[in-house]
Design a protein around this ligand. Structure first.
Ligand SMILES: [Zn+2]
Length: 131
């Protein structure tokens, strides 16, 4: 006869009985080893590997801003040049986030600003031409 720990209520009970006298949980006629305290796993430091998931939102904003600025610049003589406006906004949003896409945000901001300037100049030129 030996004492084992009840798996349910953790009280020490005699393993000769089929049930824990304390809570009624069936006691397996367990081998000598009393309940192993929470299997202490060899503490391997879990290195969650390098690629830290980037914050999509901010990064996406920078990319979108950059693309919009670029398209706005390329098509600055058409209405597509208006893309520079969302490009500008998205770039600022992307830039305001502290992450590595900041450079892209700045690039997008500059591109968008240039595109917007050209677009306005073009618009003014057309306006003058029409008048
Ligand atoms: Zn029990």
């Amino acid at each position: 006869m030996s004492m084992i720990q009840c798996p349910n209520c953790k009280s020490m009970v005699d393993n000769s009985g089929a049930f824990c006298p304390n809570c009624g949980t069936p006691i397996a006629a367990a081998p000598e080893t009393p309940v192993q305290p929470v299997q202490a796993q060899p503490s391997q430091p879990v290195y969650v590997a390098a690629p830290v998931p980037e914050k999509r939102g901010a990064h996406g904003c920078s990319i979108a801003g950059f693309v919009c600025g670029l398209l706005g610049l390329i098509f600055c003589w058409t209405y597509i040049g208006l893309l520079a406006i969302p490009g500008l906004i998205l770039s600022i949003v992307g830039m305001s986030q502290k992450n590595r896409s900041k450079g892209l945000g700045i690039a997008g901001l500059i591109l968008s600003a240039i595109a917007l300037c050209i677009w306005l100049i073009v618009l003014a030129a057309i306006g003058i031409a029409v008048l």
